[in-house]
Design a protein around this ligand. Structure first.
Ligand code: SAH
Length: 248
């Protein structure tokens, strides 16, 4: 039996193509979500992820959108990945460990040194009152700023500059996180901590450091810093005035 032209138009490939595309996109989103959940379960199993709020934050942030599309399939593996300018997005286990050590509370103002992809920045924005993040590379700062704005993180301020000098105009901070390896303990930044404030910072040689947690106390009106070593880690160099020389 022959069919009329009007019926043929209804079966034209366009709506069919769109519905296939929609199904594929939905499946891809679902796959990303499942991979993210797998990554989080693994971090919980390894004891690196404990706090409910951090688990919720990591569940919300689409890490795969911060890496090159060619590396998207690795976005939820526990690996650091290139983000351009010889820099990397940190391993999820490192992000989890550092954020747990930071003990961020919802009333905190937090300084982040080394925005990179903005992944850690977005996590901090989920957990605290205000994030001040500084990135050495102008293009990385711009990209992260645009991405976080698109995601609606209005409490994160990202600036391009030398974070090895901290952010004196906005100091003191409740918490400070340094996501690049410093050659020595950055004393100038320690003084930008509030009393009882905590800083997490990798310190040591190029490509291999110790993760330090530094807490500021006050004794007889004098600042006292307590330092604990949380084990070896591997970060790109902190450059700038108080970082590795040759880049100032
Ligand atoms: N948490 C980021 C880590 C990025 S790697 C992420 O997961 O994406 C460390 C970043 O520190 C790099 O982007 C590097 O450019 C930046 N950096 C190094 N020295 C810096 C400095 N003096 N000031 C600001 N950013 C710096």
């Amino acid at each position: 039996m022959g069919c009329k032209w009007s019926e043929v138009r209804i079966l034209s490939p366009r709506p069919f193509f769109y519905s296939i595309m929609k199904t594929l996109l939905f499946q891809e989103e679902l796959l990303d979500k499942l991979n993210r959940e797998r990554m989080i379960s693994q971090l919980i199993k390894n004891g690196l992820l404990v706090s409910e709020k951090l688990i919720a934050a990591m569940n919300r942030i689409p890490r795969h959108l911060l890496v090159d599309s060619a590396l998207k399939h690795k976005a939820y593996d526990d690996v650091h990945l290139p983000i351009g300018y010889e820099q990397t997005i940190s391993k999820p286990s490192t992000v989890a460990k550092m954020t747990e050590l930071l003990q961020v509370e919802s009333c905190h103002r937090v300084l982040e040194i080394g925005t990179g992809s903005g992944y850690q920045t977005a996590i901090l924005a989920e957990l605290c009152l205000k994030v001040y993040s500084v990135e050495w590379h102008q293009q990385l700062a711009k990209k992260a700023r645009n991405q976080l704005f698109e995601w609606g993180y209005t409490t994160a301020r990202i600036e391009n500059g030398d974070g090895s000098q901290g952010w004196p105009d906005a100091a003191p901070f409740d918490r400070i996180i340094v996501t690049a390896g410093a050659p020595v303990i950055p004393e100038n930044i320690c003084y930008q901590l509030k009393t009882n404030g905590i800083m997490v910072v990798p310190v040591g040689a190029k490509k291999s450091q110790e993760l330090l947690v530094i807490q500021r106390f006050e004794t007889d009106d004098e600042p006292v810093f307590e330092i604990s070593n949380q084990g070896p880690c591997e970060f790109v160099d902190l450059v700038g005035k108080y970082g590795w020389p040759g880049f100032a």
